[in-house]
Design a protein around this ligand. Structure first.
Ligand SMILES: [Zn+2]
Length: 66
């Protein structure tokens, strides 16, 4: 299952959740406040090219400069 990143529009909490293909457009409940007003964010892993390059893709961690 792909991992999606959301931001709650109620409390501003960012969180990630695994979503099946059939439920990716369904309401996502915020784990912090329980609001179902989360907006889906673009995954930093998949959309790094083109978008404003952010050197700190925290949740990916695949490629790290040592
Ligand atoms: Zn919330």
């Amino acid at each position: 299952m792909p991992l999606y990143e959301y931001r709650c529009q109620g409390c501003g909490q960012n969180f990630e959740t695994l979503r099946g293909a059939h439920e990716k457009d369904a309401d996502v409940e915020c784990p912090q406040c329980g609001e179902k007003k989360a907006e889906k964010l673009m995954s930093a892993c998949c959309t790094a090219k083109g978008e404003s390059s952010q050197p700190n893709a925290s949740s990916c961690g695949a490629k790290r400069f040592t």
